[in-house]
Design a protein around this ligand. Structure first.
Ligand code: GDP
Ligand code: MG
Length: 444
């Protein structure tokens, strides 16, 4: 899988610190192969990989992720965006019944989908009616009637034995019938052909003009792979549609058709049909499809985990500094930095449980006054660099100047300096192995 190949390619790259052109190229190459293996159309692959490289070049380097992970994350975000970002919902008519028309090749799964959609709408309190406009195939009307019966939704169809009916007339009449019987959604099933042809397109367009649908949904079999693009384009030109339904996602297709169609037509995939049972139906989820296309389930969870671990590591470093395990001489600058870390830790209190030895500070962190840090900061920032580095030189006249500069009292400065020396003493004790007696320098 792509996950495996990328992990091999980038075994030693963690912490490299930047996305080099070579990293971007190597990752892009693997992603290109993965997309082609998922049956994404070549022009779409090219355009997509180009856009990803462009963005990877401009991207700030993540400290949490290695270059491959970072590019994969970009790829995932771009995939989700092209696949529609948020799931697009059905638009219901303001007045009268909402008319949904299904179009697509024969065998795409329209008739099955009509019943699935009807059931789904019924579960949401709608009162749909199904309309049989496939008068081409001998058994098509019966198939819809059987499915309608299974989901408990009525089917509008021409009387049997009337010879070959006119699907456009049936479609038109069905709207009147729906209004009369107070159905709030009309689902119009149409005929398909094995291939795209002019007559089929004309018939679908005539039905469309007769019922003036609120939504035309193009139904397409996810298994047809590369052919999906030309079919989708032909239906877009011939009939037009608002959204796409992918069927047979229970098969082993990687779902490249979804990306190709969404990318080339700009129409969102709205529903996914994933089995022969009439309940095998769901709203389409772009994020799940993105993982499927890239075959990246594992990689995405690794990326999320890496980002979480990184946050925890940052918190650990802050905790280490608080505990005085940092290197070098402890100065007033360090003291201020600690205070700021404490503030950060406060907002990280959710993960405090993850930091060994920090549990004892929880209460202090929760009770701690943020404004105190602002006051400390104001005082320290009124000191010269020399004073901050070597607080011993801060005598009486310096204290008066600092107090004036920071808008505080001399007693505040005294208190801060005392507290600093106390904290430093405690740090030195701890550095000699005394453990963590308390939060050094904690205000309040
Ligand atoms: P239509 O010609 O577009 O109306 O397609 P049908 O609804 O008649 O479906 C064609 C075949 O595909 C039937 O055998 C269905 O049972 C099957 N089918 C439809 N949707 C799905 C699906 O999501 N998964 C699977 N495995 N089969 C499906
Ligand atoms: Mg059918």
């Amino acid at each position: 899988t792509l996950s495996d190949r990328l992990s091999d390619t980038f075994k030693n790259l963690r912490g490299k610190g930047r996305l080099s052109e070579a990293d971007i190229d190597a990752t892009a190459r693997e992603i290109r192969i993965a997309l082609l293996e998922a049956d994404v159309a070549l022009p779409v692959v090219k355009q997509f990989v180009g856009a990803v490289k462009e963005r990877a070049r401009g991207e700030e380097v993540s400290k949490a992720l290695n270059p491959a992970q970072q590019i994969v994350k970009i790829v995932n975000e771009e995939l989700v965006a092209i696949l529609g970002g948020e799931t697009r919902r059905l638009r219901y008519a303001k007045n009268g019944p909402t008319v949904i028309m299904l179009a697509g090749l024969q065998g795409a799964g329209k008739t099955t989908l009509a019943a699935k959609l009807a059931l789904w709408l019924k579960d949401q309190g709608k009162t749909p009616i199904l309309v049989a406009c496939d008068l081409q195939r001998p058994n098509a009307v019966n198939q819809l009637q059987v499915n309608g019966e299974r989901v408990g939704v009525p089917v509008y169809a021409p009387e049997p034995g009337n010879g070959v009916g006119d699907p456009v007339a049936v479609a038109r009449a069905s709207i009147e019938e729906a209004k009369r019987r107070l159905h709030d959604v009309v689902i119009v099933d149409t005929a398909g052909r094995l291939g795209v042809d002019a007559e089929l397109m004309q018939q679908a367009a005539d039905i469309r003009d007769a019922v003036r649908p609120d939504e035309v949904l193009f139904v397409v079999d996810a298994m047809i792979g590369q052919d999906a693009v030309s079919t989708a384009q032909a239906f877009l030109d011939g009939v037009g549609y608002d959204g796409v339904v992918l069927t047979k996602l229970d098969g082993d297709a990687r779902g490249g058709a979804a990306l190709s169609i969404a990318s080339i037509t700009g129409k969102p995939v709205m529903f996914a049909s994933n089995g022969e049972k009439l309940t095998d139906f769901d709203l389409f989820h772009p994020d799940r499809m993105a993982s499927r296309i890239l075959d990246m389930g594992d990689m995405m969870s690794l990326i999320e985990q890496a980002e979480r671990t990184f946050d925890a590591e940052q918190a650990m470093k802050a905790a280490d500094k608080l505990a005085g395990r940092g290197d070098g001489e402890f100065t007033l600058d360090d003291f201020l930095e600690q205070m700021q870390q404490v503030r950060k830790l406060g907002s990280l209190s959710k993960i405090m449980g993850m930091l060994p030895g920090m549990g004892q500070f929880r209460e202090q962190l929760e009770n701690f006054d943020e404004r105190e840090i602002d006051r400390i900061q104001a005082i320290i920032q009124s000191m010269t660099p020399a004073e901050r580095a070597n607080p011993k030189i801060i005598d009486g006249s310096r204290r008066a100047r600092i107090a004036k500069g920071s808008g505080r009292q001399v007693s505040d400065v005294n208190q801060l300096v005392d507290r600093f020396f106390e904290a430093r003493k405690m740090m030195q004790q701890m550095a000699r192995g005394g453990g963590m007696p308390g939060m050094p320098g904690m205000p309040g």
